[in-house]
Each structure stands twice: as structure tokens, then as C-alpha cells.
Design a protein around this ligand. Structure first.
Ligand code: ADP
Length: 955
């Protein structure tokens, strides 16, 4: 093998290694220049391949030119790589020059006259320049590193070699040494890069470690690294632990459990859930060495192994004691504000400025008005105050921010009290509120009135009033008189107080102002002011003074009522300070309100009762879902419609409309039952909702409850009661009748038995058996009676059911006739007339026999003189018609009504035995059949019973 080929192969091998090095470094560092350099090395590799082909196959011109072109582009890539590394813009002029040189190379190689030296010179100079400049740039990179020097120097050497190459090309050794030099230089450049990066990375690492340590050492927070596995050890804790917890680093290092030991006992439980995931930061108390408590907020990140065991945790603990204290103070001050509002002796109201509804009220307000807080919160201010043009005052308060006025307030007891109201306008969040403080000045007003009338009454009113009152001589500017309450309030005796100058105690007034003040009071322009008054003990108190002019004994005096408003001002100040607390209260109330609305909605939406709200024009404003669910016969929604347009049968809607109008007119709550088209019965409760402002009906609330079941129950209960009543009557009747009916045969039995006992043995056989027969007869009668009673009982209590079965009508009638013949005498003539075509019906044979055997036996029984008894059977489309007629005693008109009552017996039939149970049994049996019975009769001519039974044919 030629030595050049060996050198080239070596070159290819080493270039492959270099490419690998650059690419590997590129994937580690993501430095773009490494990619560029790996491309540069790759195309240099191409040059080697071309050289090999040239050596084997001899001078191919195009390959030779390509080789030269690559050797020109190669340094350009190296150079642009370094520019990338230095984050500098690559000069475009290098590209243009390279293009020119390439053009020259192509051109000169086609012209054989140009000597090789001349052809190569531009390329040699320029690439030499590029390599040398790139080499120096590399050396000039930031940081101290041997690597960059190696690479830089290699590039410079490469450049020098390029520069002199055209001059030595003719020498024998030049070609071989060139490959060797290329190989050595490329390799050393690559090695330099590797060393450079190794140094850069380790430096960065060190820097970041230093950085962390600097932060950790100087941090205000406690930074720590705690190892869990293989054994627990605190590996790092920042020195701030000493400042925050009072224990130094060494103490923590020596006792890995120390940090756990100093957790406040009440907060130890927070650790368990926290240790599970360390997700959210935890705030815990720790006991410092000096036993004071510090609040730490700790955030932790944990590193786990594949099994999920924690290897170590790293965290930051921040001292949040101040923040917690601040929060506590805020809640305390909020509570204080609340307490002040609630405990203040002054009557205070918060009123919604938009609709006038009372938004909040303190305890004093509840006491004063005599309502519970809940009641007050449902009221509008218009229900309490008696101002006619409240609207105007509302506007004024809004414009001026606050207003003072005297009005009367209505208490729960109905009493009207004179009050002085001080109202301010507050906008909190999106809510407009009036904040009102109310003073009861009824007594003072009374005193003032009395004062005008006569002095004696004035004395008592003035003296006894609990309000602080002063009479002032405006000309002298002195106190003319003060009541007991005033003396107590200011702390003077009456003697000390009278004669004092106004300016002695009123620190807000000075003499010149007073001069202007007097005429204003007289003209009524000023009657209300806020001042600071000085008490005997030197305390300055905020007061509100109501002044008016009165004349006593011809003297014009100022009558002043003084209120201590320090309490109110204190709250106002607090209010100012803690507006956000007021906001909280408002938020809370708003939430409550929305909740109560939400609650209503929830109740309404889930109610089993229909809820419909009508406005006063009877238009439906709201329906809950059940209305449409329950009433599919409402073809379309009734929302927004009046009853007349509900699209349902008019009697129902007009009835509803009528009820609504009635409630509108009477304002009474009205309950009515309506039967809906689907037969359900609904109980409708309609109640008026009054407008709080004017007391007029605003809405009508209709609640519909399905009472179908209840109605049914009521009905069946009613029926059961009726039945019960009937049965009771029946029982009494039964007892009396039965006892009577039984007594006769029993008496017969008894007397026959006694006679038999006494004389039986002496009697002849015939007489003996007559009595035995009498006993048997009576027993038979009794048995019959018992049977009848039982049958009636069974039929009435529906114990005998209507159980139709297939019968042969002809057969059964004939059997009945045969039985009738048995009880008839020779005087009777029994006829059977049957005109039905078909004999196959379904019927209950037992009931059928019961009906007709009774009727036939009656017909025979009640025609003792004989005559015709006719049993006629005919039919209509749907019914079988029966007629049983006799020519007997007939039924008098008076008996007709009670004919079917149990135990009823006609007046004219006492001599004919019977129980009075036959016809009742017949009637009940026919009812079970769903049939009918009628009778026509004429006394002494005869009776006809007509029975109609529905046909149930069988096929
Ligand atoms: P009883 O026949 O046992 O008296 P019923 O209930 O069968 O009881 O009859 C009630 C009463 O109706 C009889 O007492 C009688 O006064 C009258 N009555 C019933 N059927 C006839 C009839 N076919 N002719 C006349 N009176 C009759």
C-alpha cells in the first residue's frame, strides 16, 4: 500500500473520532458552534476520500477542483463556528471573498496556462488569514483554560501551514507531511475543545455551588438539606437557624432530631399529613431556645428512589411570625369593631340606600324598636320612619354625604317616638348604604312642649328627663338653668353650673362666633351642631346639641338638648379605620341574603308542591319545575301568561282567576280544592305578598299540593264511617228485632217443653207429638231466621262476592219453580213465561237463587187466598228482565219506602210469618249484580216485582 493511502486512512479514522467528539459535546452543551465544526470536519473527511480516489485513479480534474473548493469552504465553517461561540455576527464579506476564490479556482483550473502557484495563492492567503484570526479569537475566549489555548494555537499553526503551502507544494515531503499535519492539528484542536468544555462546566458547577452557598449562608430563611437514607442526617442547615430558632448549625448537625423536638406540641399533628406529600407549605409554631414562639412556613421538595422511599428532602423555612401576628391583630380589631357596633348603647342601623331595606342593626336598635334582629332585617326603613318625603332626604344624604334630621320612628308596640337621626352615606364594594345613628328625644321634645305651655309642667318634665338639657341666656352667653341629667353629665352642681359661660364648657365656640351664632339660631337656620364639651373632670366629650328658642317669662332663651356622641364618633372613627371590616360585614350579610334567596330557590326547585308566583296583574312570574312536570296537560308553559291564556278548560282557569282576584281584593289567604283535567285534586293555597313600602299587594303566591290521595282516603274514610254507622244501626235493630223474633219461638219451645215435662207421660200419643212438632217447627223458624240474618250480613258486608259462572237459565228457573210449588197451596196457580232465545249466560247461581226464591216465596206467602203467581223472563239487548207478580194482599203506599229496610215487615202481614230480611237480601244481591229492582202494587189486588240483570253471555 502506498504510504499516502495509509496516511489518508489514518486521517479518516481520526476525523471520525473528532466528529464524534464534537457531536457528543454538542448534545451535552447545545453549543451551536460544535455542530458547525463537526460539519467542517465532515467535509474535510470528504477531501480525504477524494484524495484517495485521485491517488488510485490519477488526476481527475473535476475532483481536484472539488478538493480545492472544500479546502476553501472548510476554514469558513471553522471561522463562523467561533463567531457563533462568541455570540458575534459573522462578517458576510468572508462569504463573498470565499465565493470569489471558488470562482477563481474553477476558472483557473480550466485554463492550463495558469501556473499552480498562482491558482492556489488567493485560497492559501485567505484561508490562512481565517485560521489565524479564528485561532486568536479562540484564545481570547473568556475564562482561564488550557483547552482554549491548545485549540487556538492549533488553528493558528493550521493557518500558517496554509499560508506557506503553495510555496512548499513542489517539495517531495510536502504532500505526505500535509496529511499528517492536518490530522495532528485537527485532533489537537478537538482535544483542546474537550478540555475547554470540561473546565467550563466544572467552573460553572463551582460557581453555582458557591452561589447556593452564598445564598444559603446569608439567607434570612432557614435552608436545609436532610438525608433520610441510608440513615437520617441533617446535611446542611443555613446559619439563619441561629437567628430564627436560637440554636446554631452545630447543634442541629449533632442532633438530627432537634428540629422535630422543638416543634410546638399543639402543631405536631400538622407534620403527619405534611410528610405524606410535602405538597403545600405548612405553617407551624416552633419553640425558640428562649422559649418564645416563632411561626415558620416551610416548603419542602423531596427526592425519592424507585421504591418511593424518600432519599432526602430540601426545604426553606420562613419566619412568618410577624405576618401571623398582624393577621391576629386584624381579626381582633375586626372583632372589636363588631363588638362596638353590637354593644354600643347608641341605636345604629345600616340601611340599603337603594331599596331602603334594613341591612344590619345592632342590639340597641333591636331593644329600642322592640323587634328581634331577624325581624328588623326583614323590614324597610319606611316601615319605621314616618317621613313622607323620605325620597328627598335620601337624595340629600347621597348628595351631602350625611344628614341630620328629626322625625318620628314607629316601634313594634305601635308607639311613635321622636328621634334625632344622624345618617351618613357609605359606598362599600358595590353596595350603597346609609349608616344611621338614632337618638330617642321624645322626652326632651315633651319637655320642650311643656316648657312652652306652663312652667310647672316644664319643671317636672325638665327636671325628670333623662336627656341632658340646658337653658341658655343667649345675650349673656351664660347657662340659665340645667337639669339633673345635665349636672350629672357635666359633673357640676346646679349652683356651680348656672352662671357658667357657654365658652367655659363649649370648646368649639369662641365669643366672636357666638355673636354670629345667636341670630342664626333665632332664625331657625341652625338648630343642630356637633361640639366638644368640657366636663368638670377636664375630659373633652363629643356632643351633639339640638338648640331651639323658647320664651320664658318674657325672656328669650336657648333650649339645648345635649347628646353624648363620643360612642358614635368612636365607631365612626373605627369605621374609617376599618372600612374593610364594614365591608366584611356587608359581604357576610350579602352572602346570607344570597343564601336565603338561594335557599328559597332550592326549596322551590325541589319542592313537591307546585309554586306559582303571579304579579298583581295575575301574570305568572315564576313557576317551579314541578308545575310543568306534574301537569302535562298544560300544553305550553304558563310563564308570562294570565290564567285565561293557560290553554286549559275554562271552568278551571276562571275558577283560579276568581280566587286570585279574591285574594287581591281581600288580602286574605285562601285555600281551595280544584279538580284538574287529569282528575287529580289539587289544594291551592293563595297568599298575598305585600309591598313593604306601600303595603299594597305586590305578588300572589300560589302553592298547589296534590291532595288526590288524601281526598280518596277521606272519601273512603267517610264511606267506612257511613258503613260503620249503618252496621251499628243494624246491630241495634238486629238485637231488638232478633230478641223479639227469637222470643216468640223460644217461648213456644219453652212452654211445649214444660207441658211435655209435666204432662207428657199422661198425654196421648197424638197430643204428645203435636207438642214435639211445635218445638221442631219453632226451631226450624229460628234456624231460618238465623240463616237470613247471616245471609244478609254476608251480602251486606260483601262477603258474598259476585262470581259469575256458566249457567243454563232455563234449568235454574225450573228448579226455582219446583221449590215454589212445594210451598204453594192448591189455591195457587204458578205460571212461567219465558221469551228469551238463548239460555247460556254467565251468572252467580247462588245470588240468582237468593233473589228469585225470596221473591217467589213472598209472592206465594202474601197471596194467602191464592191466585195466579207469574214468573216472567224476557230480555233486551243488554239485560235480562224478570217479573214476579201475584194477586195477593198488595203493599200499602206507606210501606213502599221502607220495604227494603232490614227487619221491616208490613203492618197488615203480622199474621204471616216472616223475618223482614227477605227483601233486603234481594236488594243487596241485585246490587252485587249491578242490577235493578222495582215494584208496583195495589192493596188487595196484588204486587209485581221487576228485576233487571245485566246480560253476561258465554260462548
Ligand atoms: P218477610 O216476608 O219475611 O216479612 P220481606 O223482606 O220478604 O220479609 O218482606 C217485607 C215486607 O214486604 C213484608 O213483610 C210484606 O209486608 C211486604 N211484602 C213483600 N213481598 C210482598 C208481596 N209479594 N205482596 C205483599 N206484600 C209483600
Amino acid at each position: 500500500m502506498k504510504p499516502e493511502i495509509l496516511g489518508l486512512s489514518l486521517g479518516i479514522f481520526s476525523y471520525c473520532i473528532i466528529i464524534t467528539i464534537y457531536l457528543t459535546l454538542y448534545y451535552k452543551t447545545k453549543e451551536q458552534f460544535l455542530k458547525t465544526w463537526s460539519i467542517a470536519v465532515s467535509i474535510a473527511l470528504l477531501r480525504f476520500l477524494i484524495e484517495i480516489v485521485q491517488i488510485i485513479y490519477g488526476g481527475i480534474l473535476s475532483l481536484e477542483v472539488t478538493d480545492l473548493l472544500i479546502s476553501t469552504i472548510n476554514p469558513l465553517l471553522y471561522s463562523s463556528g467561533v463567531y457563533q461561540l462568541k455570540r458575534k455576527k459573522f462578517p458576510h464579506v468572508y462569504i463573498y471573498i470565499t465565493i470569489l476564490i471558488c470562482a477563481w479556482l474553477i476558472f483557473s483550473s480550466t485554463d492550463g496556462n495558469i501556473p499552480l502557484m498562482l491558482r492556489l495563492l488567493p485560497n492559501a492567503f485567505f484561508t490562512s488569514f481565517l485560521f489565524v484570526s479564528v485561532g486568536f479569537m479562540f484564545i481570547g475566549l473568556e475564562g482561564r483554560s488550557v483547552g482554549k489555548k491548545i485549540t487556538g494555537t492549533s488553528l493558528i499553526l493550521w493557518g500558517i501551514h496554509r499560508g506557506i503551502y503553495p510555496f512548499i507544494i513542489s517539495a517531495e515531503w510536502a504532500e505526505v507531511s500535509t496529511y499528517f499535519i492536518y490530522f495532528a492539528i485537527s485532533l489537537s484542536a478537538a482535544v483542546g475543545v474537550v478540555i475547554y468544555y470540561f473546565q467550563v462546566i466544572s467552573q460553572e458547577l463551582k460557581q453555582s455551588k458557591d452561589f447556593f452557598e452564598i445564598i444559603a449562608e446569608n439567607a434570612d430563611d432557614i435552608i436545609f438539606h436532610y438525608r433520610f437514607l441510608p440513615s437520617r442526617k441533617l446535611e446542611f442547615v443555613s446559619p439563619s437557624c441561629n437567628k430564627i430558632l436560637g440554636y446554631n448549625q452545630i447543634e442541629f448537625y449533632n442532633d438530627p432530631e432537634l428540629i422535630l423536638k422543638i416543634i410546638h406540641p399543639d402543631d405536631k399533628h400538622l407534620l403527619d399529613p405534611f410528610e405524606k406529600d410535602f405538597k403545600d407549605p405548612v405553617i407551624m409554631r416552633f419553640n425558640r431556645r428562649n422559649s418564645s414562639v416563632v411561626w415558620l412556613e416551610t416548603k419542602i421538595s423531596a427526592v425519592k428512589n424507585e421504591k418511593g422511599d424518600i432519599l432526602f428532602i430540601e426545604g426553606i423555612s420562613r419566619d412568618v411570625t410577624e405576618r401571623i401576628d398582624f393577621q391576629k391583630k386584624i381579626t381582633e380589631s375586626e372583632e372589636r369593631y363588631r363588638l362596638m357596633f353590637n354593644l354600643s348603647s347608641a341605636v345604629m342601623l345600616l340601611i340599603d340606600a337603594v331599596n331602603g331595606k334594613i341591612f344590619d342593626a345592632n342590639k340597641a336598635a333591636c331593644d329600642f324598636y322592640g323587634y328581634s334582629k331577624a325581624q328588623l332585617l326583614h323590614k324597610y326603613i319606611s316601615e319605621i320612619n314616618t317621613i313622607d318625603d323620605f325620597k328627598n332626604i335620601r337624595e340629600e344624604i347621597k348628595i351631602f354625604g350625611s344628614r341630620h334630621f328629626i322625625t318620628k320612628h314607629r316601634l313594634a308596640s305601635g308607639e311613635n317616638r321622636d328621634v334625632e337621626v344622624y345618617t351618613t352615606y357609605e359606598i362599600i364594594g358595590d353596595r350603597e348604604l346609609f349608616y344611621s345613628v338614632i337618638h330617642d328625644i321624645t322626652e326632651a321634645m315633651k319637655a320642650q312642649e311643656a316648657l312652652k305651655e306652663n312652667e310647672i309642667r316644664y319643671r317636672t318634665m325638665f327636671e325628670d328627663s333623662s336627656a341632658v338639657m340646658l337653658l341658655i341666656d343667649p345675650v349673656a352667653g351664660k347657662i340659665w338653668d340645667a337639669n339633673k341629667a345635665a349636672c350629672e353629665f357635666y359633673g357640676y352642681t346646679r349652683e356651680e353650673f348656672t352662671g357658667k359661660y357657654i365658652t367655659d364648657y363649649n370648646k368649639s365656640l369662641d365669643s366672636p362666633y357666638l355673636e354670629k351664632f345667636i341670630p342664626l339660631v333665632k332664625s331657625g337656620e341652625i338648630n343642630y351642631r356637633q361640639y366638644k364639651h368640657l366636663l368638670a373632670d377636664g375630659k373633652l366629650v363629643d356632643v351633639e346639641v339640638h338648640v331651639s328658642v323658647i320664651v320664658i317669662k318674657g325672656k328669650e332663651l336657648f333650649f339645648s338638648i345635649v347628646h353624648d356622641i363620643s360612642d358614635r364618633l368612636k365607631i365612626e372613627m373605627e369605621l374609617e379605620h376599618h372600612r374593610e371590616h364594614l365591608e366584611d360585614i356587608i359581604e357576610e350579610r350579602t352572602l346570607e341574603l344570597s343564601q336565603s334567596e338561594e335557599r328559597f330557590r332550592r326549596v322551590a326547585e325541589n319542592s313537591d308542591d307546585s309554586i306559582i308566583i303571579f304579579d298583581k296583574d295575575l301574570t305568572v312570574q315564576y313557576i317551579n319545575p314541578i308545575v310543568e312536570k306534574r301537569n302535562p296537560w298544560l300544553y305550553e308553559s304558563i310563564l308570562g301568561k294570565k290564567p285565561a291564556n293557560f290553554g286549559t278548560p275554562s271552568p278551571l282557569t276562571s275558577e283560579i282567576e276568581y280566587t286570585l282576584k279574591e285574594v287581591l281584593a281581600t288580602r286574605n289567604i285562601i285555600t281551595r280544592d280544584y279538580t284538574l283535567p287529569d282528575k287529580r285534586v289539587v289544594e291551592f293555597l293563595v297568599l298575598p305578598v305585600l309591598d313593604n313600602n306601600n303595603g299594597e299587594v305586590e305578588l300572589l303566591l300560589a302553592l298547589g299540593r296534590d291532595v288526590t290521595q288524601r281526598k280518596k282516603l277521606e272519601e273512603s274514610l267517610h264511606e267506612a264511617l257511613e258503613k260503620e254507622k249503618e252496621i251499628n244501626e243494624l246491630k241495634t235493630q238486629l238485637v231488638s228485632t232478633v230478641s223479639h223474633e227469637f222470643r216468640t219461638p223460644l217461648a213456644g219451645i219453652l212452654s211445649s217443653a214444660e207441658l211435655l215435662e209435666r204432662y207428657g207421660r199422661k198425654w196421648d200419643e197424638e197430643k204428645y207429638y203435636r207438642h214435639i212438632e211445635r218445638i221442631r217447627h219453632s226451631v226450624n223458624n229460628l234456624t231460618l231466621l238465623m240463616e237470613d240474618v247471616l245471609t244478609l250480613g254476608r251480602v251486606e258486608s260483601k262477603k258474598i262476592e259476585f262470581k259469575p259462572a256458566d249457567i243454563d237459565l232455563n234449568l235454574i228457573c225450573n228448579e226455582l219453580l219446583e221449590e215454589a210449588v212445594l210451598i204453594a197451596s192448591e189455591k195457587h196457580k204458578i205460571e212461567f213465561i219465558k221469551t228469551t232465545i238463548d239460555d247460556n249466560y254467565k251468572t252467580d247461581e247462588r245470588l240468582f237463587r237468593l233473589i228469585f226464591s225470596n221473591l217467589l216465596s213472598n209472592a206465594i206467602k202474601y197471596s194467602p187466598d191464592g191466585g195466579k203467581v207469574i214468573f216472567k223472563v224476557s230480555e233486551s239487548d243488554k239485560e235480562l228482565l224478570f217479573e214476579i207478580s201475584d194477586e195477593g194482599i198488595g203493599i200499602p203506599e206507606v210501606d213502599m219506602e221502607t220495604l227494603y229496610a232490614p227487619f221491616f215487615r208490613g203492618n197488615s202481614v203480622k199474621h204471616i210469618p216472616g223475618t223482614g230480611l227477605g227483601l233486603p237480601i234481594v236488594k243487596e244481591a241485585i246490587e252485587l249484580y249491578n242490577g235493578k229492582i222495582q215494584v208496583t202494587s195495589e192493596v188487595n189486588k196484588g204486587s209485581t216485582f221487576y228485576v233487571t240483570l245485566p246480560k253476561v253471555k258465554f260462548v
